[in-house]
Design a protein around this ligand. Structure first.
Ligand code: ATP
Length: 393
């Protein structure tokens, strides 16, 4: 959909709107800063302004599409519309609707509606929203070929948002991720292995406003350079959503422990590995002032992730372990990975040795896992966390 004369992006926020006044103002400021950071990171020449409960981006016509995309990629944004700004009077508004109908005559589909909304002072205009919809509707009807009005589920909606000083006319609402502005919550450690799931899990908590401290366990023969490159690339994709945040990765040496587990631990090996991993993540979290641990696990997706095994392994950490994908099907996770842009890097072949045992434990208790693991597992985790290196992204 094209909006002739569009020079402004109208940005609507998501859950920011359900907050109390003071919290909302603070979140809107943060959202504005985050949109600006993405706009700058992409080299778009747009001015970002916070006005009423909206954020506006002002850009030249040739950058308006890129500016809309930037806003629609920012956590906390519900939708973004490239809009033409006209005086808040019936004539100019109806004319703008006509121009937009003409420009989209081919792409408009079969049915349409005009929706108008007035915001702010109700006495500011000598017309009602219904007047705009009626007159705008008649004009759009004339401009389209063989159109049909459908007020319930139209193919195209020509919209007007009329404020006291100006009116915005638009035909497109590009959906954003929703959620809350990044940085409005405390940090969490994200265990990112670079597979399909863990980057999606990290993205989900970022969407709810929590910056991540990415942690990658370097697994020696059970990982390798391609495995590591995959993890780093997926974090780079996540960093595109957070150019004003530190996304450097804590790389933790875990090859020796993996060798030991492969030699000494049988069916519970993957569960012992999980306990080691959570424990490492907890040490990093304490050092980085993060308040939880995020993983890409989902109930029953792998033998190590049966409901009982998750129960037994989670007890290795005192901090909460967040599993945003807990109830999701793999096909939905994969679709989300494609949408957010991490799928391609996640599927680079990693070519590493298999660590999983042939007959894995699926019904573990804490006692079973504790009996199977080396006595000094947690000391090893503390040491591995201390030896972490920081990889810039
Ligand atoms: N080497 C690693 N570094 C960091 N985190 C890891 C690593 N291996 C596993 N994890 C974490 O444990 C979770 C479950 O591990 P699992 O073995 O199922 O992951 P995977 O199949 O390698 O990758 P993914 O879950 O990302 O698809 C991952 O989602 C991730 O959060």
């Amino acid at each position: 959909m094209r909006q002739p004369g569009a020079d402004t992006v109208l940005v609507r926020h998501a859950d920011v709107g359900v907050k109390s006044g003071k919290v909302q103002a603070e979140m809107e400021r943060r959202l504005r800063d985050n949109i600006e950071a993405i706009v700058r990171d992409r080299g778009i020449d747009a001015e970002v302004e916070r006005r009423w409960s909206r954020i506006l981006l002002h850009a030249d016509a040739d950058e308006i599409d890129a500016a809309t995309d930037a806003a629609a990629d920012t956590f906390g944004v519900r939708s973004a519309s490239p809009a033409a700004v006209v005086p808040p009077e019936k004539g100019p508004i109806v004319d703008a609707l006509a121009r937009s109908a003409e420009a989209n005559a081919d792409a408009a589909g079969d049915t349409f509606a005009v929706r108008a909304r007035r915001a702010g002072n109700a006495d500011a205009h000598p017309f009602t929203s219904e007047d705009l919809e009626r007159e705008g509707g008649a004009t759009v009807f004339d401009a389209l070929e063989d159109p049909e009005v459908d007020l319930t589920d139209p193919d195209t909606t020509f919209s007007v948002e009329c404020r006291e000083d100006e009116a915005f006319v638009f035909t497109e609402k590009r959906p954003g991720p929703g959620g809350l502005p990044l940085g409005s919550q405390a940090k969490v450690v994200a265990l990112v292995s670079g597979g399909i799931d863990s980057p999606v899990a990290a993205w989900e908590v970022m969407k709810r406003g929590a910056p991540i401290v990415p942690v990658y366990l370097e697994l020696g023969d059970y990982g390798g350079p391609d495995h590591e490159a995959r993890a780093m690339e997926t974090v780079r994709r996540l960093a595109d959503y957070a150019p004003n945040f530190d996304m450097s990765v804590r790389k933790v040496p875990a090859g020796d422990v993996m060798d030991l587990l492969a030699e000494e631990v049988g069916p519970a090996r993957m569960l012992v590995y999980r306990r080691f991993m959570y424990r490492v993540a907890e040490h990093v979290a304490r050092e980085a002032d993060a308040t939880g641990i995020v993983t890409g696990e989902a109930i029953g997706q792998k033998s190590s992730q049966t409901a009982r095994n998750l129960g037994a392994t989670s007890q290795a950490a005192d901090l909460p372990i967040h599993r945003p994908l807990l109830t999701m099907d793999k096909s939905d996770i994969t679709e989300r990975a494609r949408d957010i842009g991490t799928f391609r890097d996640s599927t680079i072949p990693a070519g590493c040795n298999r660590i999983a045992p042939d007959y894995p434990e699926t019904n573990a208790t804490l006692e079973i896992v504790e009996n199977a693991e080396p006595d000094d597992l947690f000391e090893r985790a503390a040491e591995a966390a201390r030896n972490a290196t920081v990889v810039d992204i």
